[in-house]
Design a protein around this ligand. Structure first.
Ligand SMILES: NC(=O)c1ccc[n+]([C@@H]2O[C@H](COP(=O)([O-])OP(=O)(O)OC[C@H]3O[C@@H](n4cnc5c(N)ncnc54)[C@H](O)[C@@H]3O)[C@@H](O)[C@H]2O)c1
Length: 276
């Protein structure tokens, strides 16, 4: 019987990671947009992967549970790649918080209840979550451990405390990192690992929407001035995921890995530093 892998988000980052680690496994590929899902499933099927497209909405627990149940028809779930998400130029504050923050938290929680021994997962947050003032220790702990159904009621996530869609996205991505730390403890009790990757601009349809959105110049300036001087590629994100999800990553869990061409460093100590 094949090992079973759940992938959310039929996007470029998910596909790049799945192509590295998914060969020979049963892959359930979930996305809200069935056009994307079928397109990516076909590309991968044509390349020899065993992919089942599945319509799902990351912002709905019911939908997540249906996807898990579908995957379990093929055996115990051993791998999770969460690359579904919306960006600040694509969605409202409410949608960003529901999909990127709440949905990711529910997915990590639900998969963590059934992940099999030796399993591992990776979720994609963002370097954006690092380009924000520190939260207090109490706020970080709230993001890490508040029961999922109460998360969106937190004071720090109320409309009067969220400036705009970028701020909502940054809070969501910060929450992803904290959630991974808290959830990895539970995943560890099942003999499984969970990690997070925080990329800066990676050329994908989501990033192209950002380049063409109101913050386009901001992003172009960011990658031009980061130490690497360019945006990244989904395959470079997959390099990190491959390490995390292979035996070579066996001692790594609960971690967030920045892959940002040095943009965060430049934000704090270089030419990307905001004017005081
Ligand atoms: N591309 C970048 O520059 C970049 C940088 C940092 C973080 N990220 C993060 O990486 C992840 C993957 O993004 P990508 O760049 O591969 O984008 P992408 O646009 O290639 O893929 C994202 C996919 O998520 C799907 N999706 C959106 N809302 C959904 C929902 N509610 N339920 C299920 N699927 C949904 C979309 O339909 C799309 O197919 C996102 O979480 C994003 O925030 C991307």
């Amino acid at each position: 019987m094949k090992e079973v892998m759940i992938v959310t988000g039929a996007g470029q980052i998910s596909m790049a990671i799945t192509r590295r680690i998914g060969f020979g496994k049963k892959i359930i590929l979930g996305d809200k947009n069935m056009n994307n899902c079928k397109t990516i499933a076909k590309i991968m099927t044509d390349a020899g992967f065993d992919v089942e497209p599945f319509e799902m909405d990351l912002s709905s627990r019911e939908s997540i549970l249906k996807m898990i149940a579908k995957a379990q028809e093929f055996g115990e779930i051993k791998y999770l790649v969460n690359g579904a998400g919306v960006s600040p130029s694509q969605a409202s504050i409410e949608t960003i918080l529901k999909v990127d923050l709440y949905g990711t938290a529910v997915l990590l929680e639900e998969v963590g209840k059934i992940i099999t021994k030796g399993g591992c997962g990776v979720t994609i947050s963002s370097q954006s979550g690092w380009r924000m003032p520190q939260l207090t220790a109490e706020q970080d702990e709230q993001l890490a451990t508040t029961p999922t159904e109460e998360l969106l009621s937190l004071e720090i996530l109320q409309p009067e405390n969220i400036k705009d869609t970028l701020h909502a996205y940054q809070m969501a991505k910060r929450c992803n990192e904290k959630r991974v730390m808290a959830e990895c403890v539970k995943w560890g009790e099942r003999g499984a690992r969970l990690n997070d990757i925080a990329p800066e601009i990676i050329v994908t349809p989501l990033a192209i929407d950002e380049f063409n959105g109101i913050r386009g110049d901001f992003y172009k300036n960011m990658f031009a001035k980061c130490p690497a001087g360019r945006p990244g590629t989904a395959d470079e994100v997959a390099n990190v995921a491959e390490l995390l999800m292979s035996g070579k990553g066996a001692f790594i869990t609960g971690s967030t890995f920045l892959i940002d061409g040095g943009a965060t460093s430049s934000f704090f100590y270089g030419s990307l530093r905001p004017e005081q």
